[in-house]
Each structure stands twice: as C-alpha cells, then as structure tokens.
Design a binder for this molecule. Structure first.
Ligand SMILES: [Fe+2]
Length: 278
C-alpha cells in the first residue's frame, strides 16, 4: 500500500477527480477531531473512498511531565469513530510544563530520558489498547547524548514494546547533517518492529545543511535508501508520501506514488533472491 497525506489544500481537487489514486490517506487527528460542518463532510467523503491512517503531532511522548490523558482519550475516540487501523506518532517532545512549543524537538539520547519515555509510551498504549508506532525524528543539534541514536531507539522499542515508523527521509537528513552512514543506521534499527514507512522531500540549504521540509519532490538518493530499506525489511508494509507545502499538480504526486510502488515491488522481488551487503 502507498498512501498520501490528506491535506485541506487539495481536498476539493482530490475528491472531484481520480488523478490521485493512493491506497490509503493519512491525517493528523489534531487537525480533524474536533471539527464539524464543511471539513467534517470532506473527511467523511474521503474516508468513504480510502482507508484512513492517523499520524499525530502533539502527543509529546518525550515530555517530562507525562502524558495528557484527556488528549489521548479524544484521540482514541477519533480512531474508533473512523476505524483507524494505523495510528503513529513522533519519538520527540513538543510540550514543556504544559506549554506547547509547536515543534517536534529531539529527546536527549540519555538513560533518564529513556526511562521517562518508556513510561509515557506504556501509559498511552494502555489507554489506547494498542501499540504506538513511533517515528524517528529529524534533528539539527545533538543534545547531551550519552549514547547513539540507534541504541536509544532500540532500548525504547524493546522496553516499551512499541513499534517503529521508519522515516527514510529523516534518516537521510540526519545522516547528511551529522555525517554518518544512513545505510548502517537503517541496518541497526529493530527492523522486525518497523510497521510503516514515511517518504518525503527536503530542502538543501547549503553544502552542510539540509532541512526536512516535506515541501519538494523526493530526491534520487532517498529513493535509493528506500530501495535498500525494503530489501532489508523483506516484507510488504505501508508507505506514505508526505507532502505538506508547495503542493504540486496531483498528477505529479501520483507519479511519486507510482515510483514508490514500483521500487517497493522490485526491491521485495530482489530481496527474495539476493543476499544484500550491509
Ligand atoms: Fe515523517
């Protein structure tokens, strides 16, 4: 399955034509769960045609003060109302002392942070009655790290029994900015726990910095990393095309969906026959 982030910017064109044909759509529940009127109708029309996945923005599993239980209950209701099978979030924090920071900030790679995050994840999973699927974020500064990001993620997944959303573009962005090998990083992820993949474009600011903007087309090296990931995974899982800004013609988005579908199919075919070097 290849899906697309369903945006209000293109919902009319999307619903009125069949140019864009994803296998599912993804929304941030926060943007749709307490609405009525026109936009609720637009969501209902979309859900009649496509399965709905949810990707949250404000759970903030990295917050020291713990989880907002009232918020999780609202998300749970939305997931039930729209029969959402896949609910993912970010392995980041966006809230401090109840102040929303409106950004997805990196959690320091420390043992103290792991202990707190694991408790938060377990609490959310108990409330929701399902495993959380958490996304590896992009970050531009490493905060007080006591360990590698790979060890940090592996320990959280193991202790909380959560699952992973592997954002391949985020791996590429971090590997470029922090000068490490993206393929090595992917190889060290708990690949048996990866349930979902994100793919997106980014912005190259200069020779030393790229930013995860979701505002341009996917570049070839990120497609290549996606191919590598699918060959390592050796199984079919859903993939989302994220495009949040500079939305192009729907036919251009469809061409990216077609490219992802083709790469995934070929990679899985190859993975059955050929051992892959690290
Ligand atoms: Fe993502």
């Amino acid at each position: 399955m290849i899906g697309i982030g369903y945006r209000k910017d293109f919902s009319d064109a999307f619903l009125e034509s069949s140019i864009l044909k994803p296998d599912f759509i993804e929304v941030a529940p926060e943007n749709w769960m307490e609405i009525g009127g026109f936009w609720k109708q637009q969501l209902k029309k979309a859900v009649e045609r496509y399965p709905l996945f949810c990707h949250g923005l404000s759970l903030s599993v990295g917050s020291l003060e713990g989880i907002d239980i009232g918020f999780v209950k609202k998300v749970k209701q939305f997931l039930e109302d729209f029969q959402v099978s896949v609910y993912s979030e970010h392995l980041t924090f966006s809230k401090v002392d109840n102040a929303h920071l409106y950004d997805l900030l990196p959690i320091p790679f420390t043992q103290d942070a792991i202990n707190r995050v694991v408790e938060n994840i377990k609490q959310v999973q108990d409330l929701l009655g399902r495993r959380l699927i958490l996304e590896n974020g992009s970050y531009y500064t490493v905060l007080k790290a006591e360990m590698s990001e790979e060890d940090f993620i592996n320990e959280i997944v193991k202790r909380s029994d959560c699952e992973l959303l592997l954002d391949v573009n985020n791996v590429y962005v971090n590997a470029f900015n922090h000068r490490y090998n993206a393929k090595n990083f992917i190889t060290k992820m708990p690949l048996d726990r990866v349930k979902y993949i994100h793919m997106a474009g980014h912005l190259k600011v200069n020779e030393n910095l790229i930013i995860d903007t979701h505002g341009s087309k996917i570049i070839d090296p990120v497609y290549e990393l996606f191919e590598f990931t699918m060959r390592k995974l050796k199984r079919d899982i859903p993939v989302l095309l994220e495009r949040d800004f500079n939305i192009p013609e729907l036919s251009i988005l469809q061409a990216e969906i077609d490219a992802l579908r083709k790469i995934k199919k070929n990679a899985l075919k190859k993975s059955k026959n050929v051992a892959l070097p690290n």
